[in-house]
Write a protein that binds this ligand. Structure first.
Ligand SMILES: Nc1ncnc2c1ncn2[C@@H]1O[C@H](COP(=O)(O)OP(=O)(O)OP(=O)(O)O)[C@@H](O)[C@H]1O
Length: 244
């Protein structure tokens, strides 16, 4: 059996005396999409830091398969506003050669922005540029911290569709943190519900019926999400417009 791209075994994380994460056990292989949901302060970003190796577990183990190429889309990125920087140059700073940059921008639907200033992009365009930057080295593990924040519903759907098609193309494992329960629950990915520990996990339909999920998000929301079913028979372009 192939070794997972990343695996956690009873992993925990403490900041000083505060236990932020405990007893996390799960693994991801190529092609897996796992979406992490949980309330503010649940430890979602901390989990990402463990997986990326930015934080070491205070207990248990976190293992990344040796030599794994990782792509990362951060939650936010502040760029020096006075620094003149085109999109192409921004990706060049991440170590991409011109043909890889062109291909990555084309793949995320923003090839036309290569010579634009990074300071002039809309929220949705900037997220796609960050995604292009993350796939420059054809990652085997793609980690995204709330990639759709600030986007409207169509923009969110479009971005998640793009992420899914990148997974198909690169055959990478994808771990995404999301706050948008409606978009998450409309997908068929594995959802991991986090609140310091893993409260429940599974397909959206399964977890929406889980008492731990109801306890965390409240009965009203859980019921709404349980009946919410999204039949997606179209796609969205970079502006969130519907395309067949
Ligand atoms: N470097 C740190 N030192 C001390 N405490 C920290 C540190 N980073 C995070 N925390 C605390 O750990 C807890 C989890 O934080 P984390 O950012 O992982 O949560 P989150 O689920 O990503 O939250 P949000 O949804 O608000 O982004 C919070 O209580 C936070 O205050």
């Amino acid at each position: 059996m192939t070794e997972p791209v990343v695996s956690l075994e009873d992993a925990g994380l403490r900041y000083g005396e505060t236990h932020v994460l405990h007893d996390l056990t799960f693994s991801m292989s190529e092609g897996d999409i796992v979406t992490v949901i949980g309330p503010n302060g649940a430890g979602k970003t901390s989990l990402i830091k463990l997986i990326l190796g930015i934080e070491k577990p205070s207990s248990g183990h976190v293992r990344q398969r040796a030599g794994t190429r990782v792509g990362y889309v951060p939650q936010r990125m502040t760029l020096q506003p006075t620094l003149p920087l085109t999109v192409g140059r921004f990706l060049g700073l991440a170590g991409g050669d011109p043909s890889a940059i062109e291909a990555a921008l084309a793949r995320t639907g923003v090839a036309q922005l290569a010579d634009e200033s990074v300071h002039h992009l809309s929220g949705g365009e900037f997220q796609r540029v960050l995604l292009a930057r993350a796939i420059l080295r054809r990652p085997q593990l793609l980690v995204l911290d709330e990639p759709a924040q600030g986007l409207d519903v169509n923009g969110q759907s479009a971005l998640y569709e793009l992420i899914r098609s990148l997974r198909d193309e690169l055959n990478c494992a994808v771990l995404t943190v999301s706050h948008d329960l409606h978009v998450v629950m409309a997908s068929t990915d594995t959802v991991l519900c986090l609140n310091g520990h893993i409260c429940c996990r599974g397909q959206p339909e399964q977890i929406s019926q889980d008492p731990a999920f109801t306890q965390l998000f409240g009965e009203n929301l859980a019921n709404t999400l349980a009946v919410y079913h999204h039949h997606h028979n179209h796609s969205h372009d970079v502006h969130g417009e519907t395309v067949p």
